[in-house]
Ligand binder design. Structure first.
Ligand code: F6R
Length: 242
């Protein structure tokens, strides 16, 4: 695992956008796995800026989602489908056809999970998966004690994660209790994992993931199993690394 410490979130965004632009030069139709939440926004802004200035060509890129709330009505502005379309797909000038994600509004959620894992494999697998990290060490929405071999499935959010995500909703009661998330095993199938963590609130989770034992209590520690994992942290998030 490579750990890169950057001065601030914007520098992290720039560095990862550079890696994505390089990948797209080598493989123009690369499948980029994207996370939602606040942390990755500087990456998406930096990549879109490179596309505008023609320093990156994302015209054939494909985008896939890491996770999705269960039960939000179709088109809800905070569904992760809406967020990824708004923050990634549209700024890169891509069509919706370039984008895939799990169906959080499906009647048969278990079937939707299986279908998503299958679709990822049929698309050739994820080339670069961008990850954030929860304050409890989750990746995707694999909360502590998730199986390290898990595949895409429905998970219950912890109350801490619901509270962390309440800032995107008018009220804590509106935050769904369930999500579909790529499993840790699914995430580990990606060819390159890039985890970005910024801010003091992530410092403990980062230290445990990077320097602690491999452990289902800290799902992000599963990156230790991956042959090509890069952890990009700003100085605040790196502050508890030894
Ligand atoms: C969201 C996701 C989550 C977030 C994590 C950190 O798609 O996969 O694991 O990355 O909850 O969220 P932020 O970046 O908002 O602190």
């Amino acid at each position: 695992m490579e750990v890169i410490i950057v001065p601030d979130p914007a520098a992290g965004g720039e560095l990862i956008a550079d890696a994505m632009a390089d990948l797209l030069r080598r493989k123009p139709d690369a499948l980029l796995g994207v996370a939602t939440g606040s942390t990755p926004l500087p990456v998406y802004e930096a990549l879109a800026a490179k596309v505008r200035t023609r320093d990156a060509d994302a015209s054939r890129a494909r985008i896939c989602q890491l996770d999705e709330y269960v039960g939000l009505p179709c088109g809800h502005p905070e569904s992760y489908r809406s967020v990824v379309l708004r923050e990634v797909v549209e700024p890169l000038g891509l069509d919706e056809e370039a984008f895939m994600g799990p169906d959080g509004a499906a009647e048969d959620v278990a079937a939707a999970c299986l279908a998503y894992d299958r679709a990822l494999a049929e698309a050739g697998g994820v080339d670069l998966q961008l990850l954030g990290i929860g304050t409890d060490g989750h990746i995707g929405f694999n909360e502590p004690c998730s199986s390290l071999a898990s595949r895409t499935r429905i998970k219950t959010l912890t109350e801490q994660t619901r509270r962390d995500n309440a800032r995107f909703f008018d009220d804590l009661d509106e935050v769904p209790h369930h999500v579909i998330t790529q499993g840790i095993g699914t995430i580990l199938d990606a060819r390159h994992l890039v985890l970005l963590a910024t801010g003091e609130a992530k410092a403990d989770a980062v230290a445990q993931a990077v320097e602690g034992p491999l452990c289902a209590l800290v799902p992000a520690s599963a990156l230790q199993l991956h042959p090509h994992a890069t952890v990009v942290v700003d100085e605040a998030a790196a502050s508890r690394l030894k």
